[in-house]
Write a new protein. Structure first.
Length: 233
């Protein structure tokens, strides 16, 4: 199950996983889409999507990217943000207004600093944790502190993922195995990478210690969720 909202980990991040399913369901309903219709578009079962929306199961990174792409959400909108209004029209308009004016809808300045002890966190399937590093919703960038526990990966089995955008990352501790196309790289502390997210890719922790990294994904929105997965072979 999703962890309980409000739980605080060692990093001080507040686990917001329990609210993810609710936000996904609210965004789907605001767009007038049925559970079965979205599941059909994503090529997953309606029961699997229902379990994610009700918090009974956690999505993998691949599945979460597919759902938010289908619903036109930024990853930021899944984290704690009481001012966010999920959905293609309302969320995009609010985010664009903030970006253009440097202030929120009520006229107050957009927050600048995200304190370490109050950032929101998502715990995903297979032992991956994302902490949001932006102080407010940014529709153009996913800015994350990621943790991959031993044996965890960004997608189930050996599947590779692709989506719109470009990724930039730097490993802080531990080791991450990065697969991009037919190439594999083992990244250690201080190693950095950048690649086109349209290239099939996968992140995994083959080591015995947790791996942490800072990760940017720029321009991910409007990806085609039907083209997110590739077999590792």
């Amino acid at each position: 199950m999703f962890a309980v909202a409000g739980q605080t980990g060692k990093s001080g991040a507040v686990d917001d996983s329990a609210q993810v399913g609710q936000r996904l369901r609210r965004a789907r309903e605001q767009q007038g889409l049925s559970l079965r219709e979205v599941a059909r578009r994503l090529d997953i079962s309606a029961s699997a999507l229902s379990q994610i929306e009700t918090g009974k199961s956690r999505p993998s990174v691949k599945t979460l990217y597919a759902i938010v792409s289908e619903l036109g959400l930024s990853m930021d909108e899944l984290f704690a943000n009481p001012d966010a209004k999920p959905g293609r029209s309302s969320a995009s308009a609010a985010a664009q207004a903030e970006t253009a004016n440097g202030s929120s809808q009520d006229g107050s300045p957009s927050p600048i600093v995200q304190r370490a002890d109050s950032r929101s966190s998502l715990i995903l399937d297979s032992g991956v944790t994302w902490d949001r590093l932006t102080a407010a919703n940014d529709p153009n960038v996913d800015f994350l502190h990621t943790t991959y526990h031993p044996g965890s990966s960004s997608s189930g089995s050996e599947k590779l993922v692709r989506h719109n955008g470009r990724e930039y990352g730097m490993v802080l501790s531990g080791e991450l195995e990065l697969s991009v196309g037919f190439e594999k790289f083992l990244l250690g502390p201080g190693d950095a990478c950048s690649f086109d997210s349209n290239e099939p890719h996968r992140l995994a922790n083959p080591g015995a210690e947790p791996a942490t990294a800072i990760w940017f994904v720029i321009g991910r929105r409007q990806s085609d969720p039907r083209s997110l997965s590739f077999d590792g072979d």
